[in-house]
Ligand binder design. Structure first.
Ligand SMILES: Cc1cc2nc3c(=O)[nH]c(=O)nc-3n(C[C@H](O)[C@H](O)[C@H](O)COP(=O)(O)OP(=O)(O)OC[C@H]3O[C@@H](n4cnc5c(N)ncnc54)[C@H](O)[C@@H]3O)c2cc1C
Length: 409
């Protein structure tokens, strides 16, 4: 088993520098424009695809990197470039993880390539779990999938909300209830192939931050998908449901594994890495500014009140990265998260992004509050990191339950 590495090797450093170059040359100059336009930045994603940065091959290489550091390193660099554009490039990854964690090898081979398309015809994918009445409480999900045995098809009805890339995706991964008696254990994930009738985009949301990333409702009205679109297959689902039915009713919903949770658990360190990228970017802008901005005849960093803030900011960014790298290594090495280390990394990195971008804005004073400087955007972008992929409160709940073994509510 690969040991936990605290440093990138030479190859990894080469890849990191290549992504950094894309972030500097393509993402940073385009960031403010796409934030203002609040549209999906297809030209930027196409640029990334042209150089192989948005491609299945590249993400597969990082995902299967035995050190576990490939994914966090990639995401930190992209989100250092810009979070909205970063999510436009990385959003497909959540749907891909949905298939990797719940699908068969054949399903991975069939659907994941269609999520990315190719440089000549770029595609994106969406992972649709949240619903208007089922955000943190996944067990309240209502979207229903019913098996039509005669046709070997699943019929899906419901409305998903806040889906990143929802409605513009080539492939949608949809989590639905297959047995309402079983709470969150009665869920399953389905592929909705490109062009399937009955799937449409509902409202597109106007957001506070990450505005280049597309977020929308997805309406499923009598959507029929072939039996082979059930991730993991029918036999495995039937076995899982039978096991769940045997369990005592009192256990239901208390942190039980299910299709959406398996995806979120696997993706939490990756989301933490995105937050680290935003926090590092804001810290760097603030450090430069504090060294050059002169008030009372000396650079503002000459004041301990400013310098100590920067010391705290850097300490938090590095601590967040270490938690993210540890969780990512543990997941890759097959080490169980016995203290919810995945949630810990997302919690701390998300809170760090929010705190550090707010401190950066303060250090830049009036300039920090305007769109002339990027920290205003970074601060808006950072706010989502304590909300999506499990709010900070839900991460604390997961950690508290895991370390205590108690069904804390
Ligand atoms: C920009 C964006 C992109 C998103 N992308 C996706 C996506 O691609 N796919 C997808 O499926 N979903 C996505 N989401 C949905 C996201 O994961 C949910 O918004 C999130 O899980 C929180 O759910 P909620 O908004 O319903 O909040 P609620 O669950 O209603 O929570 C409201 C508040 O109550 C708190 N709270 C709730 N329960 C408890 C509790 N038991 N203890 C303490 N506090 C609690 C929460 O922490 C929060 O502060 C996205 C959301 C946004 C805004």
């Amino acid at each position: 088993m690969t040991q936990f590495m605290m440093e990138l090797d030479e190859d990894q450093r080469g890849i990191r520098d290549w992504i950094h170059g894309f972030a500097v040359d393509v993402m940073r100059p385009a960031a403010a424009e796409w934030d203002e336009r609040e549209e999906f930045p297809w030209p930027v994603v196409q640029e990334a695809a042209k150089i192989g940065l948005y491609s299945l091959d590249f993400y597969a290489q990082q995902f299967f990197d035995p050190t576990g550091l490939g994914v966090p390193m990639t995401l930190e660099e992209l989100f250092w470039g810009d979070a909205g554009l970063g999510l436009a490039i990385a959003g497909t990854g959540l749907a891909a993880i949905g298939v990797l964690t719940n699908g068969t090898e054949e399903q991975v081979g069939t659907w994941v390539p269609q999520m990315y398309g190719d440089a000549a015809d770029v595609k994106v994918a969406a992972f649709c779990s949240s619903e208007p009445d089922a955000g943190s409480d996944v067990s309240a999900m209502r979207t229903r999938a019913v098996y039509d045995e005669a046709k070997d098809e699943w019929v899906i009805n419901g409305t998903k909300t806040w889906a990143t890339n929802g409605g513009i995706a080539n492939v949608h991964v949809v989590v639905a209830v297959v047995d309402p008696e079983l709470g969150s254990r009665g869920h399953a994930s389905f592929i909705v192939p490109p062009g399937t009738p009955g799937l449409s985009q509902g409202q597109k949301f106007k957001k506070h931050g990450i505005r280049a990333s597309h977020t929308a409702e997805v309406v499923l009205d009598g959507v029929r998908v072939p039996g082979h679109c059930l991730l993991g297959g029918k036999e495995k689902l039937d076995e899982r449901l039978a096991r769940a039915r045997e369990r005592a009713a009192g256990e239901r919903g208390a942190g039980s594994p299910n299709a959406a949770m398996a995806t979120f658990e696997a993706s939490r360190p990756a989301v933490g890495a995105q937050a680290v990228g935003i926090a590092r970017a804001a810290y760097e802008v603030a450090l430069d500014y504090a060294k050059t901005r002169v008030q009372f005849g000396r650079p503002i960093i000459d004041n301990q009140g400013i310098a100590f803030q920067l010391a705290d900011m850097r300490t938090r960014v590095d601590a967040a990265r270490l938690l993210v790298w540890r969780a990512s290594w543990m997941a890759t090495a097959g080490r169980p998260f016995t203290a919810a280390e995945g949630s810990m990394s997302k919690l701390f990195a998300g809170e760090t992004a929010k705190t550090v971008t707010a401190q950066a804005m303060q250090i830049l004073g009036g300039n920090g509050y305007t769109r002339e400087y990027p920290v205003e955007r970074m601060h808006r972008d950072a706010a989502i990191y304590t909300i999506f992929e499990g709010t900070s409160e839900i991460q604390r709940l997961v950690i508290a339950r895991t370390i205590s073994g108690m069904p804390i509510r």
